[in-house]
Design a protein around this ligand. Structure first.
Ligand code: PLP
Length: 464
C-alpha cells in the first residue's frame, strides 16, 4: 500500500483544506498556526494512511463506529458502481431493486419487525421516528400521548429535535431553545450508581429501569408516547446495561402502552456480535433506527424499521387525507445505499464477522482488564463485542474522573504511535474520561494486541 503523495500535491491539498473546509467537531484555531489539518488519503482493511504517508491502525472504524467491514472493499465499490450505472436515483415514493431486496434481507434478521423506511443519516432516522410517534399521538390519542422519553448520556443526533432528545449536555450547550415534549430519564451506568441518590448496591439494573417508570408516572402515562434508548450507550461513555435492566424496561413500556424505540445507529449491523444490539438483551422493540454500519460508510444510508402494528396505524382509514406518513427524504431514494448495504451484509455473513466480533470482543475485553490490573488509572472496563471502553479515574476509591487533558494526551500518544483510538465527548468536564475502542469487525488478535500495546505505552507515558 502506497499512501504517499508527492510534495506538491500534498501542500496543495493541505492548503485547500486549511482555507476552505470547516471540519466537524473540532476547534479550528490550531490549523491556522502550527498544526496541519489531517487528511486521510487511503484505507485498506484495518489501516488508513494520511497525507504524510503515515500508517495508522484504526481502532475506531473511521472515527465514529462506521467502517464495520474495513476499508478498500472492492466488491462493495463494484456493487455501487453497477447500480449507479443502471439507476442512481428515484424518489422514495417508488421502489427500487436494491431497496426492496435489502429491506427483505435485513428484516429477515429482525423477527417481529416488518417495515423499512429509508433515509440518509442517523439523526434523520431518529427524527422520522419522533414524527411517527407524534402522528400516532394525534391519530389515536387526540394529541395527548406525544411525549418522548430519552436517557441521560444517550445521543440521538445533531438536529434540533435530536438534541432535544439529547442526554449529553456538552453537545447541547448553546444550541437551545429546544423542542418541547422531550423528557429526560436517568442513565444506567452502574459504575457511577453511587452518584445517583437512592441507588442500591444490589439489583441496580431493575432500580435504574424503575427510575424510568417514576418519570412516566410523574409526567402522566397518558402523555408518554415513546421511550428512545441506545442498547449500549456510545459517545456517552460505552455504557453496557446492568443485569435486569432491559427486561424491566420492556415490561414498563408494555404496561403503559409506550413505544420502545431503539437507536441502533452505532450498535446496528454487527458491532456487538449480533446483528443488532437489542438482540443481546432479548428485547422486542417497536421501532429501530440505524445508520453507520449499515453500509460501512461506502454509501450514505439510514433506516427506520417498525413493526407491522406501527405501519398499520398509518393506513387504517383511507378516507382520511392525512392518514399516511407525510414525510420524505430526497436522498432516501438513492440506490447506492441499499446496493452497498446488501454487499456489506453478504460480507458479514460469508466472512462470519458476527462470530469474529464475539470472539475478538471477548479477547479485547480480557486484554483491557489485564491493562486495568497494570494501570490504576483505569477505573472501569466495559463493552459488548467490538464496542469497548475504559473509564479513567484519578483514584479508584473516589472514582473522580481523570483530567480531560490527560485523556486527550492518551489519545494523542496512541496517534503518534500510529494507532487511532477515541474518547468520550469533550467540552464540559466530568463525563469526558473514557477511552473508546471500536475496531472493524474483521479485527484479528494481532490487531488487538497492537492496539493494547499502544494504549499500555500511552497510559504509562501520560500517567507516569
Ligand atoms: N444515534 C447515535 C447513537 C449516534 O451515535 C449518532 C452519531 O454519532 C447518531 C444517532 C446520529 O447519526 P448521524 O451522525 O448519522 O446523524
Amino acid at each position: 500500500m502506497d499512501g504517499t503523495f508527492n510534495e506538491n500535491d500534498l501542500s496543495r491539498v493541505v492548503e485547500a483544506d486549511r482555507k476552505n473546509v470547516w471540519h466537524h467537531l473540532i476547534q479550528h484555531q490550531p490549523f491556522e498556526s502550527a498544526i496541519d489539518p489531517r487528511i486521510i488519503v487511503e484505507g485498506k482493511g484495518m489501516k488508513v494512511w494520511d497525507q504524510k504517508g503515515k500508517e495508522h491502525l484504526d481502532a475506531v472504524s473511521g472515527g465514529v463506529w462506521t467502517v464495520n467491514v474495513g476499508y478498500g472493499r472492492e466488491s462493495i465499490a463494484n456493487a455501487v458502481r453497477d447500480q449507479l450505472v443502471k439507476l442512481n436515483y428515484f424518489a422514495g415514493s417508488a421502489g427500487s431493486i436494491p431497496g426492496a431486496l435489502f429491506a427483505e434481507k435485513l428484516l429477515e434478521k429482525m423477527p417481529g419487525l416488518d417495515r423499512m423506511y429509508y433515509c440518509n443519516s442517523g439523526s434523520e432516522a431518529n427524527e422520522k421516528a419522533f414524527k411517527m410517534v407524534r402522528q400516532i399521538a394525534h391519530k389515536k390519542y387526540g394529541g395527548k400521548k406525544h411525549k418522548i422519553l430519552y436517557r441521560d448520556r444517550d445521543y440521538h443526533g445533531t438536529t434540533i429535535a435530536c438534541l432535544s432528545a439529547g442526554g449529553q449536555d456538552e453537545r447541547n450547550a448553546q444550541y437551545g431553545p429546544f423542542a418541547p415534549g422531550f423528557v429526560r430519564v436517568p442513565h444506567c451506568l452502574e459504575y457511577r450508581a453511587f452518584e445517583q441518590e437512592g441507588a442500591p448496591q444490589e439489583n441496580y439494573g431493575v432500580w435504574a429501569a424503575d427510575q424510568i417508570e417514576k418519570v412516566i408516572l410523574a409526567e402522566g402515562p397518558d402523555t408518554v408516547g415513546a421511550l428512545c434508548l441506545e442498547p449500549v450507550t456510545a459517545g456517552g461513555g460505552v455504557i453496557t446495561p446492568p443485569d435486569g435492566y432491559w427486561d424491566r424496561v420492556q415490561e414498563i413500556c408494555k404496561k403503559y402502552d409506550i413505544l420502545l424505540h431503539i437507536d441502533e445507529v452505532v450498535c446496528g449491523v454487527g458491532r456487538t456480535g449480533t446483528w443488532f444490539g437489542y438482540q443481546q438483551y432479548g428485547i422486542q422493540p417497536d421501532m429501530v433506527t440505524m445508520a453507520k454500519g449499515v453500509a460501512s460508510g461506502y454509501a450514505a444510508i439510514a433506516c427506520l424499521v417498525t413493526t407491522e402494528a406501527v405501519f398499520d396505524m398509518f393506513k387504517d382509514d383511507p378516507s382520511d387525507k392525512l392518514n399516511y406518513f407525510r414525510d420524505i427524504s430526497t436522498f432516501g431514494g438513492c440506490t447506492a445505499g441499499p446496493a452497498a448495504a446488501i454487499e456489506n451484509m453478504r460480507i458479514i455473513e460469508d466472512e462470519k464477522l458476527l462470530e469474529n466480533t464475539t470472539q475478538m470482543g471477548a479477547y479485547m475485553l480480557d486484554q483491557l482488564h489485564a491493562l486495568a490490573d497494570k494501570h490504576a488509572v483505569i477505573g472501569d472496563v466495559r463493552g459488548k463485542g467490538l464496542f469497548l471502553g475504559a473509564e479513567l479515574v484519578t483514584d479508584r476509591d473516589s472514582r473522580a474522573p481523570a483530567e480531560e487533558a490527560k485523556v486527550q494526551a492518551v489519545v494523542g500518544n496512541c496517534m503518534a504511535q500510529g494507532v487511532i483510538i477515541g474518547a468520550t465527548n469533550r467540552s464540559l468536564p466530568g463525563k469526558n474520561n473514557s477511552l473508546c475502542f471500536s475496531p472493524a469487525l474483521i479485527a484479528t488478535k494481532d490487531d488487538i494486541n497492537h492496539i493494547i500495546a499502544a494504549v499500555d505505552k500511552a497510559l504509562g507515558d501520560v500517567f507516569a
